[in-house]
Ligand binder design. Sequence first.
Ligand code: SAH
Length: 345
Amino acid sequence: MQEIDIASLTIEEVKNLIVEIGEKEFRGEQIFHWIHGKRIESFDEMTNLSKRLREKLKNNYELNLLSIEEKYVSKIDNTTKYLFSLKDNNIIESVLMRYNYGNTACISSQVGCRMGCAFCASTLGGLIRNLTAGEMAGQIYKIEKDSNIKISNIVIMGSGEPLDNLESILSFIKIINHPKAANIGQRHITLSTCGLVDKIYTLANKNLQITLAISLHGPNDKVRQEIMPIAKKYSIDELLKACSYYIMKTHRRITFEYALINQLNDQEEYAFELADKLKGLLCHVNLIPMNPVKETNFKESNKDTIKKFKEILESKGIQTTVRRRLGSDIDAACGQLRRRYLEMK
Ligand code: SAH
């Protein structure tokens, strides 16, 4: 990886860089547009720049940070799962989901993850490295090009903990949001975190309009601590306090994700306890039927249990949805595809 990764710079940063190397500022804007608007894959295609400048860029920076390693299309719902290889040969995965309100890309923020959630496949091999903003944007560009569609929504819910890589995430949001890039509105971007409380405050103070999703998975510290190491660092009360602060600063509704695991967190008493905990918060709950991972012993809840859990929450005035499972025939969940690929190699 180059020291300065030009595809990870915001438009202001590209302009500054270009001025620093003795060029006119507007060239920076042109370069940003070539990379993020026209999505060219080599500097030679930047035809409105002088040959001399193109050579200079070529000698110092890299483009085309990802290539498609493998691709799987669900026969059930057309969900498409991509395995990308990076310049250092690491593998990441992304998913394209087609909803009637638009196309959603689920992207990875890290290679692997160090959060250690007990039910998640992404964390089994630990954290390899952070992704750069350019590699995050690249996932969107490659999916759009390959599937010949426009992405309207982004969920940062693939492998990795985005708040463990916050600087790059912030650059990524600025880039992808820019009219000369993908022009995807902040309200169409959802960031999911297992609950890094200090970073939730940092994010809240950035005054962005993105949607924050919190992986709660339990109504109290005891249940959360059984499956999520982060719950030993921050109590649920500290976490919910940070959420209130986020809502106060942004006026955005928070999503609480709750993966239902058989006999672990799906008992009715927990639904009541959860409703109590969330009372008065501007939020909604997204129940996720747990996706079985072969390396773990967790089982998904049965349909009736999920239905009952939802009914209890709703009876207490908590808006609740159950996440549809897409691409179940292609391992389209939580790092499973990358793991299987690495095992095969
Ligand atoms: N690290 C972030 C984002 C990536 S995980 C986070 O924790 O939120 C995205 C979501 O998938 C999280 O809610 C996570 O808890 C959930 N998840 C992980 N493994 C899962 C599984 N096997 N079944 C269902 N949901 C899972």
